[in-house]
Design a protein around this ligand. Structure first.
Ligand code: UN1
Length: 488
């Protein structure tokens, strides 16, 4: 097959069974064909990463800086082309696609700098005449498994720190969106990585992901995706005493208090719940509204939502692209049926839409008069569906916000400093937003959640899977005279 994009294993592009990458805005458009790695190829990739580790982990920080820097520059220079590829394979709008590619470039830029900033600590031992040096060292082979909803930014978020600190990588992108991941690996490979340092194994979770999970040769595993898969990977990692980091779902609350600027609140809800077609673990899916402003706010939301333009991701005027595939769309529909059966009021949306091209279009759905114990308020839907829950005042709003198995992001719209401050302290979420959508991140600070949303260290503090602190007695002084440690 002439357009086959192959896997990168031990520095060579290798064949595999071809799978089509289908555009969810237009199923007649095949983005390309991508090789699916076998279990044997995955094991070869892990072995190659193991073999490359000694040299790469001892490479000069300047070498690692240069590679990450060049990758960042190329990603940024090609942001329009790569953004288009991303929107074509995933279905988020072109503006969102280009924005995501820009974020990936920024992440590589940030970690290019971090490669030169790696530091340790020197402190006196409690034992007389001994000094202690604390250094951070690469863990080894890092397995990276990424989801379909951020085809380039989440791979960047995990690849950049892993490579920056001298780890070698086996990278499995989501089977649905291999295109952006392939382009990213091609860029990094040409930026100067030695063979085996970065291996790409596209394919199915049941084959490639399972082989990685079962391998004793993966020293750390970082995953973003569903709760079920995250839990299985954490268990498999524990069996190997492997460091692991799991970013999983959310059922993120957005609270609207009676004193809120309702126009800002509506902007936050529309962005947080429906942009990227609601397919974000940080999406606002529970809108908790004070009864004093409830009915007017629901009307305002309905009006804003009905004004959204849903269509082909690459059209300039589209604001909401398609759902990623048929199985996700039918799952969304089954949640909409459940919401109706549970007695929630469907204010607007939830319909399959026809457009000029055959794709997975759905109008954003808003349920009102929900209770927090309804299935649509408890389970992550991962689509353009939000549930509005009426409450009496701030205390009940906070209690409902926290009454969830998840704890990734939480938001509040208020003009009260007292309530904003209290919410920031007491919302049980890894990230709290005030008068801002629950979605959206800063790449240079930790990202992670509480409860069932996350397990292991936060991303960016993405260090631990990628980076392990070690303390040991000093054997040699970098500053003569300061260290009196014995030679062991
Ligand atoms: C964002 O909100 O822009 O999978 C990023 C996710 C998150 C990243 C969210 N891990 O949706």
């Amino acid at each position: 097959m002439s357009d086959l994009h192959k896997n990168l294993i031990d520095g060579a592009w290798v064949d595999g069974d071809a799978a089509p990458n289908v555009n969810p805005s237009d199923v007649s458009d095949i983005v390309g064909h991508y090789a699916r790695a076998s279990a044997d190829q995955t094991r070869t990739a892990i072995g190659a990463a193991r073999a490359a580790f000694a040299d790469w982990s001892r490479s000069s920080p300047l070498v690692r800086h240069g590679i990450l820097r060049r990758a960042s520059d190329e990603i940024l220079a090609r942001k329009d082309e790569l953004g288009r590829l991303l929107s074509r394979e995933e279905g988020k709008t072109l503006a969102e696609g280009v924005g995501e590619v820009t974020r990936a470039a920024q992440i590589f830029d940030f970690f290019a700098g971090e490669a030169l900033r790696l530091a340790g600590e020197i402190l006196p031992s409690v034992r007389p005449g001994v000094g202690v040096e604390i250094t951070r060292e690469a863990v080894g082979v890092v397995g990276i498994i990424t989801p379909w909803n951020f085809p380039i930014a989440i791979p960047a978020w995990k690849l950049a720190p892993a490579l920056c600190y001298g780890n070698t990588v086996v990278f499995k992108p989501a089977d649905l969106v291999p295109g952006s991941a392939w382009a990213l690996v091609d860029i990094l490979n040409r930026a100067g990585l030695q063979k085996g340092v970065l291996n790409l194994v596209m394919g199915r979770g049941s084959v490639v992901g399972q082989t990685m999970a079962d391998s004793p040769d993966i020293d750390a595993l970082t995953f973003t995706g569903s709760q079920g898969t995250g839990a299985a990977l954490a268990l498999a990692s524990a069996r190997h005493m492997r460091k692991s980091q799991m970013e999983m779902g959310g059922k993120n609350p957005f609270v609207v208090l009676a004193d809120a600027d309702l126009s800002i609140a509506a902007d936050c809800v529309v962005n947080g719940a429906f942009f990227s077609t609601g397919q974000r673990c940080t999406a606002s899916s529970r809108i908790i509204v004070d009864k004093a402003v409830y009915s007017g706010f629901v009307d305002l939301l309905a009006e804003r939502i009905q004004g959204l333009r849903i269509g082909h991701a690459l059209r300039d005027d589209t604001q909401i692209g398609p759902v990623v595939d048929e199985s996700q769309l039918s799952q969304n529909e089954s949640y909409i049926a459940k919401g109706k059966a549970e007695g929630a009021r469907l204010v607007t949306g939830g319909d399959r839409l026809n457009r000029d091209t055959e794709g997975f279009f759905q109008s954003p759905a808003l349920f009102a008069d929900c209770t927090n114990d309804m299935v649509i308020a408890r389970e992550e839907i991962f689509g353009p569906v939000a549930a509005v829950i009426p409450v009496d005042g701030y205390d009940e709003a906070l209690a409902v916000a926290n009454d969830t198995p998840f704890g990734l992001s939480a938001g509040i719209a208020t003009t009260s400093l007292k309530h904003a401050t209290d919410f920031r302290r007491n919302a049980e979420a890894g990230m709290v937003m005030i008068n801002l959508p629950t979605a959206g991140v800063d790449f240079h600070v930790p990202f992670g959640g509480r409860k069932a949303s996350s397990f292991g260290p936060a991303n960016r503090d993405a260090m631990p899977p990628n980076f392990s602190p070690r303390s040991r007695p000093l054997t040699r002084s970098p500053n003569a005279g300061q260290c009196k440690g014995p030679t062991p």
